[in-house]
Design a protein. Sequence first.
Length: 535
Amino acid sequence: MLATNSPSAGVYTVENDRSQRIRAASTSIGAIIGASNRGPVMEPTLVFDNEEFRKKFGKKDPKVGFMHYCAEAFLEESRLQVIRVALDTKYGGTFITTDTNFSKPRALPAGLDSPDLVNFDPNDILFIHAADPGEWNNDIRIVWYPDVNDPEGQAFYIQVYEGSTGIASEVWHCTTHEKVNGNGQQMFVEDVINEGSSLIRVRLNENHPAFANNPEPNLINAVGESTLTGGDNGLPFSLGEPRYVAACLQAWELFSDWEQIDVNILINGGLSIPSIQLKMDEICMRRQDCIAVLDVPSNKQDPVEAVEYRRNTLNLNSSLSAMYTPDIQIRDTDNGRDQFVPPSGHVAARYAYTDNNFASWFAPGGLTRGKMPSAIGLRHNYKLQHRNILTENQVNSVISIEGNGINIWNADTLYAVKSALNDIGIRRMLCFLHASVRINNLFAVFEPNDSILRSRQRTSIEALLDPILRGRGLYWYQVICDERNNKPETIDNGDLIVDVYLDPVRYAKRIHLSAIIPRTGQIDFAEQLINNANG
């Protein structure tokens, strides 16, 4: 590379950065949908741990569903995209209004489908509503009062209380107009609360007659208090309700575009009906960078019924989904009881554990990577002959092993053809490669389609495959991107072809021990047997 194109004499320098490294795609961002008493509705929400999840979606409630149980199990290992599915929910709210020149509360006449539908009375100053809909809104109490230390007399405080606690969960220092405090921070009430609060949102009635004055007066000029009213959880969640099934399908569709949202493990969360499970697999097929973890329905976990469901009811032949049974029992400390829950959340957590401590191409099963530390029991204890039936039909079992706890005891996809794609680890390695190649090879789009570009393509993909080869994921690989697979007509069509040949490492499913006992004193015969066995 020339340092300059200048014709003038002189010394010119240039930098050539060859330190750039290939960026590996993530492999363990989970996704789950389901019912919840609180949280954003039909909106993907990324949470990083259980504390953040509970803050946004509340505590576990078995009467509502199993999403919380599965989500919290997975969040012990990795981050999670969550969608709350709900119908006919209502937002609760309250107004701060003026009467005889002092601020006071005005009740919301009825809950709102959307805060955008609020109707202001002429003297309303603010409408305050919950961050998301549900009955939890009705436990929010608001207290407001003027800032007596504000020399301009325009600032006020809003305190937010949740439940019966006497300690404010949030305190906000605001004004009803654009104003910056001494630290350079904006004090406008909509900016302050709507961008910072996890509990409430506010809307200013810009048509209040006092806002025509210059300067504006402080309309929050008295101590006031109000409770939000009108919050409603809506229609109880049921997969027997066609509208809810349609909403679940719509929720999964929100994860379909890999360019918009990054996910790698789709968690069934007990919504184990064919239409939803087939939708999850469809999303994986479209994306090619994730795998669906499916539950056998709780009422079909007898081995024969589980196989019947898998083969004839679901009838899915796919390497991008894996199915598990039975339900596992955990201790629900929120509700003080032992609870059976679908296995998908805890299984997906083992996927993430495997990624974090080994690699995505290792099998998420067995005593090393399949142990479920929080499981205390199983809905069914499958005997060997039962496990044989399940394994023959690509249904993975969770079993209890004396002295070793509860473990995942198979690692097969729902691919019915005898193939390397039967192995979950190999399928997840391919998902990782799909995602990583997309991330690292976008630079090639619209570049000159010549030998330099083809060489760069080979190099970038080899840089992804080398660590997998060294990390026991591949026996061998080869990347071809040259004139052999990029003919002139291919280049004329605007295409660049990269062929990647892989020989993936299969994992051991069965250990065979042969005990060979020669006659006493026949040491030479025993050595001969060993030599023959070794070829």
